[in-house]
Structures are given as C-alpha cells and as structure tokens.
Design a protein around this ligand. Sequence first.
Ligand code: GLN
Length: 598
Amino acid sequence: MKNPVQQYLEEIVEACAGTSGAVADYIPELAEADPDRFALCLATVDGRVYTVGDAEARFSIQSISKPFTYALALQDSGKEAVAEKVGVEPSGDAFNEISLAPDSGRPFNPMINAGAITTTSLLAGEDGDERFARALEGFGRFAGRELDVDEAIYDSELSTAHRNRAIAHMLREFSILEGDPEDVLAQYVRQCSISVDTQDLALMAATLANGGVQPRTGEEVLDAQLVEHVLSVMTTCGMYDAAGDWVTAVGMPAKSGVSGGIIGVLPGQVGIAVFSPRLDSHGNSARGVTLFERMSHDMELHIMHVSRGSRSALRASFPLSQARSRRRRTTAEQEALDRVSDRCRVYELHGDLLFSGAESVVRSIVDDDPELAVLDFTHVNEIATVSRQTLIALRDRLRECGAEAVVVDPGEVIPDPDAGTDRATRRFPDVTSALAWAEDELIRRHCGDLTTSDPVGEHPLMSGLSDHASEVVRAALESREHADGEIVLEAGGDFSGVHLIIDGRAVACAEAPDGSRMNLVTMEPGTSFGELALGTEDVQETEIRADGDLSLLVLSADSIERITEDDPAVGLEMWRAMARDGYRVADKALRRGATRLA
Ligand SMILES: NC(=O)CC[C@H](N)C(=O)O
C-alpha cells in the first residue's frame, strides 16, 4: 500500500515544478549544474526518510555548512569565546556582504560569509587542515555516514574567491581572525565543497530536530542546549535578507546554500531538505522556497502554529471514597473510613507534563485542599524540569499545612531530590498500595486506636450470637499458624470452614491473564475468609495465602456440621450469622466494583 505521506510529497513536488530562477555562476563549476535536477527528502526524528526525485544526487553543501560549523565551534570553543568573535543579529544584508556590525566590530551572525569564515577559525585544530578534518568528521556524524570533498568545486571556488578573500583579510585586519587569513579562507572554501546528497541533508536537519541525537546512529552529536542556540540563529539569520519573509511564510529554522539546497528543521518532528539549483534574487533555491511554503501550510509545520491549547495533564481526580483499596477492613475501620475518606483525593496524571500541565494539576490540588493527595504518575511519559520543581514546591506547601502528597510512580518519571532523607516523598509502586496506605493514614489520623482487643468477639460472625451460641462456637474454634507465603486455602478446594484472622494478614490471589499472581484482597485481623465458598456450591474460588506470619482461629466444616447436629438452635444462629457476614462482604465488593465501573 502506498504511504499517504509519500503520496503527498510526490504531489507537491509535481505541483511546485516551476522553472524560475537561475543557477549560481560566480563559482564557475556551479554554473555547470543541471538546473532541473530536483530532490525532496523528509527525515523523521526516529530515522524514517521519505524521498522524492533524485535524492542521491551529490552536490556541494555550500552555506548549509554554516550552522553545522557554528555548532561545532560552540562545542569546541564554548559559547562565550564564540560570542566574542561573532554576533547573533540578523544583518538584513546579502550572504556575501563585506560588513561588520558597527557597534561591536564583529560579523553580524554566523550564517553570512563573514561570520562563517570566523566560526571556521574557532574549530578545534592547530591549522586549517586540522580544523577542516574536524568539520568533515563532525558533519559526518550529523549525516550518519562518512563524507568527502568535491575537489573540482573546491578548486573552482578557491581560484575565484576574491570577495571571500577580501572578507577574510578584513577580518584579520580587525583581529577577528587571528591566524593566517589565507589558511582560514581555504578551510572555509573546502568546508563549503563537502559533497552531500539530499538525504544526508535531511538527516543532518533531523539530528537538530531530534535535540542533537542522530536518528539512525543514536549518537549524541550535539548538546541539546547548543541545538537550541543554533536553531535560534538559523531562524533569525538562516535565510539572509529573506529571513523575515521566510519566518512568516514558512516558520522553520532553516539554511540555504548557493548550490540549491535548503534545510528546514521542525524541532521534535522532522528534518526536511530540498535540492533544486535555480536560485532567487536572495540566493535561495527558488523552487525550494515555494516547496517549503507549501509544505508548511499544508502540513501545519510553522513553529508558531497554535494547534490547540495544551491538553490537560489531569486525566481524572476523585476522592478515596470512590477508589477504596482492596483491603478487607473491620466494621469499625469501615465506618471510620466512610466518615473521612473524602479527605484523601487521587489525581491521575497523563502525557508529557510541561509547565501548563503541571500548573493545571497544582491548581486543582490547591482548590481541592485535600489532606492526603495521591499523585498517580503511571501514565506520565515525561516531566519537564519546571513541572518537577512546581510539584515539589506544592508537596512542601502541603506539608506546611499538615497535609501530605504521595506519588505512584512505577516508571520513576519524577525523581525526588530529597530521596534518602527524611523529607523524601512517599512513593508507591501501584495505586492499590498507595490507597491502602492512605486508608491506614486516615484511620491513624482521625479514628484513634481501632485495633481490636478481642478480634474473635468483635467479628461480625460472633457479635450477633447469643451468649450461649457464642460459647459453643468459641469452644469449637481451632487455632492455626501459617508462615509467610504459605497457601492456606487452595483455589478449587472444598469448603473447609470459616477462618478468622487473629494476627497477621492474608491475601486472596488469582492468576492474571498473563499467568502471574495477582493480589485481589488483603485481609487483616477482625476479618475472615472461607465463608464465601458457601455461596458457590461449597467451592473455594480464590487461593488464600499468608502475607507474613498469620494466626487463625478456624471454625472447620466438620465443627459446623457437628454443632448443627448436636444443637440445632445454635446451628441456626450460626448459619444466620454466616449468611449475614457473607452478604456484608459480597455486598461491599459489589458496590465497590460498581463505583469503579462508573
Ligand atoms: N550562500 C552560499 O552558499 C555561499 C557559499 C559559498 N561557498 C560562498 O562563500 O560564497
């Protein structure tokens, strides 16, 4: 099936097949170029390259070398040293203007020849040859392959480079260049003669679009901060005296060259390169400009394009009462939580958390004013530094008010600067454990000590019995101990009695679709298990395991049978209590399931 992106690119190439403009002829060898050669390449930041036309035809890189030399100079000499020698102001002049900025005495910017000859001299290396080798190797890293020089172009340009020679000597006169100007001139001309094809240029542009990481080799070619700097200068100066028109009509950091290439960079998305040798009056590829204008409009590539307000980072927010943990609670705890669980809220975040996303989350939390806030980062992909700082500031503000924010962050997208100290943010691997903690914390904060002193007597199964029946049942209870991880009840086993938890915890587990074990419910002292089997033809549906050391009192199936036979009145009371308790458990589970579905 034909890829519609490919289809579209072919169509616009067809539609923009104008023949205006003329090939550059001030470099004799360039005048020989076939004016009708043409290619378009679009490279995505994950390394897919779409090509139309003659994408592998070679030509000299010319001024498209300038942003890359500038990038390498920034890397080799540092921003300050480079800024001392060359500015970042658009000149409004042609690319080959013999000019320096009147106030600073520096070339206006590194995209015009005066600036580019200067940055050439700021690459690492003792002389022109070494610095050129640095450029060639560096460009190759951007392109993802080793590049070489078109010697014919080099000879042709150097022998006629009167204007650039004048510029180099002017730069030497004003101490912008420090060494031999002829050496730097030759290096500059050689760098302009590096031979590339349209696909190379698209990948070089895509490396900038990808924050400095070459999409195919994965190599970090340029520090992300320097990428930002280079793209800024390309935006204001890359198209020389047509920069204003270009920014309004196309709106992409770009660079053109007299051999007919233009690259455009859409940060985070694509690098684009066009090759068509006929130039307009500014020295930019005429067809290239038309194509870029068309693509920018059709494909909404303008960097100022406002597509929509940024999406809310808050996917959902709800009180704990709607998302209770799967821990089985005693009646007293249950009642306490019913009163206070609205004081805890869960915030589910998603996507990339940029400033505006974090702001909306912080605003919601400040408005809700919860006592406990559970921030769920499970579905967050990335978080900007500013967002992390804003959320940490919120955590500290909440603490000052006696409240607390905790995070669920299985992917560790939000590192904690206070990790390992007593200021560390409480973190949970999943929402279930965060909710169980929040419930415990609310009970601890608001409900005094609810730990039961008589877990047997307070169990709903026992508390409804008459004194006589209670005595009979208590006498029948058998004590049992289980070590951590031991299976107490097997799934599929017969009903084996009611198990009252006296100390420790038990978990009900099931097999997840992927074969792993999944904890369904955690049960604590004061609760029981096993009785639900009575509602399912006496089959124990879920496996029960000890979670830590577990002490139980068991009213076995045999005892139940014996009591029912020996003393039918007590048996009847006991059955009623079990039915009520079973109903209570089942009903809670159903209601919780229903709120979750809603
Ligand atoms: N605009 C350009 O591509 C100019 C580069 C060419 N080598 C020059 O210096 O004149």
